[in-house]
Write a protein of this length. Structure first.
Length: 81
């Protein structure tokens, strides 16, 4: 895929300066940026289980805690009908 992008002389000079600061030509610097972007958007390794994804939230509530929360949530439900 080949295309062109119009930039002002000032923008072109700024981009060339950024590339030169890394010891690269403008073309090589843009390729490097495109490669880094492509690498960062690729999915990582899949999890072996869902446990690792949720471990940061701590221990799961017990059945008794869940029942108590339900009783508390619905204690006043439909009391006024």
């Amino acid at each position: 895929m080949s295309g062109s992008v119009e930039v002002s002389n000032e923008q072109l000079a700024a981009l060339k300066a950024k590339a030169a600061a890394q010891g690269l030509t403008l073309q090589d610097w843009l390729k490097k940026l495109a490669y880094e972007e492509a690498e960062s958007t690729q999915p990582g390794q899949p999890f072996k289980s869902g446990y690792g994804m949720l471990a940061k939230y701590g221990k799961a509530p017990s059945a008794e805690e869940i029942d108590e929360n339900r009783r508390e949530m619905f204690r006043d439900y439909a009391k006024d009908f």
